[in-house]
Design a protein around this ligand. Structure first.
Ligand code: BGC
Length: 762
């Protein structure tokens, strides 16, 4: 319906003889555009309800209300506007429309971090396919996802959208997601390219990073996603890299992305990113979203004074036209506004199971056995968190709480406290909102409600009438804000609740399970031995309570593993030396606030280089609470027959995995490589490939094959500006986690060197 409106407009404006997009060549269409039309075409159509300058996340009323932006229509030349809408946990559009009784809810799928925790690329691709169907059926053309910045520091407020501290996990997960979404003939936008590793002053911060760390850690995932999945678009980030806004860096956008990686798609800015539209055009950042008048003026002025050539502008215009040409809008797709929400609810419920990580399970507490009556504690049990806040949030129809999930599965749950909990949560939320007066009030992640600690007598009574206790601890975060150091630890009340419940239940021989409904890493070492089991549920989407219950009851054995390290303490992470921990900014957020002269606010020195995550903990031989790749199962696995072959082009590693336990389960198999001593300083080991077994029955085995290019053994040598593989014997280590290597094999590898452009330096 809506498309017909656009098409009719296109026809109405069409003059006889004008070349039409899709009928005439792109070159002809560009030749028919005036300079003014070109300068308008590369910028978006603005954003509803803003003056074009304020830092409010994307929302436009045009075509698909609540989408983040649209491109310019040019009816005269048969060019429709296409719709760009947010992800990544699902499509983000308005759920209701003025004067319309219909609803436009989208499915809230698990957060990115949970998807990465599945270590299952096929599963991620299936989730992507379901998300893409909603994009297609709700009339959007490009999903502004996936987001794959590296988890450099535990407190980055957007880590929940991102995948991992490791670039291979980030890149492979993103590639799978892109393939899935794009199966629907809609586009994706891998973001934020690149180095967007903090929210504090995200639009002005200058990331100082060595070329080696850029190439090996921060760009690698993007390279994998571009080469393996060919996303329709790439979104540059807000921050600067070594002094230049990423969207204005020709090194990054043209030399590396296009020339070296062979990317042929379209590049767009993040919303209002950068400060010089002509420099963005010169860099090859084709489209400026959501678009401002100032950008139009900058482009026209630069053409006039010769600092931007019309050929440079044309190149950007053509790449946007290519994008429009492949869009559903261009093809006149008659979208239904009726995606299969029921089927997708089943997809999110099921896929969430595989990304939940069982952290502790003493004396086989889980799955629950002989349990009928369940005592539920913790505010979050009553108000589950589906996902983080900001543009990565989804307007879902509902969220299943833990309480409801347990009830749905037939447990008796004491509901007498439900109203009290819900009122307490609502009251604290309202009191907090009343203190907010800035433009971002709607996006500020509400602090978690203060925990309610029942009296010892109440807990005793509960322990007598219930078979088990479950406590949920929640944490939420989102765009614009990094988490605080306080958010990293459990509060005194949370600890009091945990200790109180455990004392009461253990006194009568009953068990206590902690569920973590969180979006980022927290401190666990000081309390993890108090309860009997700890399940890291992440933020599992709208079916969260049902998914957690499916794991608790053993419907499926957990098979998620950590895509990041859980350190003993916050300061153990090397990046803690240079991250705006609790930065004293004086405002709720520091976006667009420039030059306030604070270390890590204006400028962040990535002094740790490549030593991010496990690369650092391994180098220092530091104890951690849970290592990268860790996760328990209800069954056990044995690894045997490790083998590796190198034909000079490809490494092919195989290992046999056998289910040696009593129930069916899947295992995420990780392949780490240790290089021989060479000229460069090298990590102790690096993940190079991984795979998940099928569901193995007790006693069943599977040979798992892991392949990757021999050239991927290279490290980046800045002095030579080359990827260098040292000759020698490499160890190929098959691990159930980075610190649980089960067996290994070795292979000889010959030296090789691939020179690349000497760019991206200071
Ligand atoms: C976010 C992007 C998002 C865009 C459009 C920005 O604030 O950083 O991730 O796609 O808004 O809503």
């Amino acid at each position: 319906m809506i498309y017909l409106g656009v098409a009719a407009l296109a026809l109405a404006g069409c003059k006889q003889g004008d070349p039409q997009l899709g009928k005439a060549s792109i070159d002809k269409v560009v030749a028919a555009m005036t300079l003014e039309e070109k300068a308008q075409f590369v910028i978006g159509t603005g954003m509803a309800g803003t003056d074009g300058q304020s830092a409010v996340i994307g929302s436009t009323k045009a075509i698909v209300p609540g989408a983040a932006g649209t491109t310019r229509a040019l009816p005269r030349l048969g060019i429709p506007a296409i719709v760009l809408a947010d992800g990544p946990a699902g499509l983000r559009i308005d759920p209701t429309r003025e004067g319309d009784d219909a609803t436009y809810y989208c499915t809230h799928f698990p957060i990115g971090t949970l998807l990465a925790s599945t270590w299952n690329q096929e599963l991620v691709e299936n989730v992507g396919q379901s998300i893409g169907e909603e994009v297609h059926e709700y009339g959007a053309d490009v999903l502004l996802a996936p987001a794959l910045n590296i988890h450099r520091h535990p407190l980055n407020g957007r880590n929940f959208e991102y995948y991992s501290e490791d670039p291979v996990v980030a890149g492979k997960t993103a590639a799978a997601y892109v393939r899935g979404v794009q199966k629907n003939d809609v586009g994706t936008s891998i973001k934020h390219f690149a180095y967007n590793n903090q929210e504090t002053n995200r639009t002005g911060n200058n990331a100082i990073i060595s070329p080696r760390a850029q190439r090996e850690i921060y760009l690698k995932g993007f390279e994998i996603a571009v080469k393996e999945a060919d996303p329709w678009t790439v979104m540059t980030s807000y921050n600067k890299i070594n002094g230049t806004y990423t969207s204005q860096s020709k090194d990054l956008v043209t030399t590396v992305l296009r020339d070296e990686w062979g990317y042929k798609g379209t590049v767009m800015t993040d919303w209002y990113g950068g400060d010089d539209a002509a420099a963005q055009m010169r860099a090859g950042n084709d489209m400026l979203q959501p678009g401002t008048d100032l950008q139009y003026e900058q482009i026209m002025a630069a053409i006039k004074d010769g600092s931007l050539s019309e050929a440079e502008l044309d190149a950007c215009v053509k790449r946007i036209l290519n994008l429009v040409l492949r869009s559903p809008k261009m093809k006149g797709y008659a979208y239904t506004n009726k995606p299969d929400l029921q089927a997708h609810a089943a997809v999110t419920r099921q896929s969430a199971l595989e990304g939940m990580v069982l952290l502790e399970n003493r004396a086989n507490t889980l799955p629950l056995k002989n349990v009928k009556n369940v005592a539920v504690f913790g505010c979050t049990s009553y108000a589950f968190i589906a996902g983080g806040t900001g543009s990565g949030n989804v307007n879902r129809a509902y969220t299943v709480s833990l309480l409801d999930g347990l009830k749905n599965a037939g447990f008796n749950v004491d509901e007498s406290k439900k109203d009290m909990y819900l009122k307490h949560i609502a009251d604290e939320e309202a009191a907090f909102k009343a203190t907010l007066h800035d433009a971002l009030a709607a996006f500020y992640p509400t602090p978690r409600p203060s925990e309610i600690v029942p009296s010892a007598a109440e807990l005793r009574a509960s322990a007598l009438t219930n078979d088990v206790a479950i406590i949920t601890f929640g944490r939420n975060s989102g765009e614009f804000f990094d988490r605080s150091s306080a958010d990293f630890s459990l509060t005194d009340k949370e600890i009091a609740l945990l200790k109180g419940v455990t004392a009461a239940f253990h006194a009568v021989g009953k068990k206590v399970v902690v569920v973590l409904n969180i979006g980022g890493v927290i401190e666990t070492a000081s309390w993890k031995n108090i309860p009997d089991a700890v399940l890291l549920a992440w933020q599992a989407g709208q079916e969260g309570g049902n998914s957690v219950t499916d794991i608790l009851t053993g419907k499926q054995s957990p098979s998620g593993k950590l895509p990041m390290t859980f350190p003993l303490g916050l300061m153990d992470a090397a990046s803690s030396a240079n991250f705006p921990i609790d930065a004293d900014t004086g405002v709720y957020f520091t976006n667009r606030r420039k030059d306030i002269g604070q270390k890590d606010v204006d400028q962040t020195d990535y002094a740790e280089g490549i030593y991010v995550g496990y690369r650092w903990f391994d180098k220092q031989n530091l104890a951690v609470s849970y290592p990268f790749g860790y996760g328990l199962s209800y069954t056990s696995f044995e690894y045997s027959e490790p083998a590796v072959e190198n034909d000079g082009k490809t490494i092919k590693a195989t290992v046999t995995v056998k289910n040696t336990g009593a129930v069916e389960g899947k295992e995420a198999v990780q392949l780490y490589v240790s290089a021989p001593a060479g000229t460069l300083d090298k990590p102790v080991q690096e993940l190079k490939a991984y795979a998940k077994t099928k569901a193995l029955k007790p006693g069943e085995s599977q040979q798992v094959t892991l392949t990757f290019a021999t050239a991927d053994l290279a490290s980046f040598d800045e002095a030579k500006s080359a990827w260098v593989v040292d000759a020698g014997t490499y160890a190929f280590r098959f691990g159930a986690s980075s610190r649980d290597i089960r067996c290994e094999a070795s292979a000889e590898v010959a030296a090789s060197e691939v020179k690349v452009n000497n760019v991206l330096g200071k």
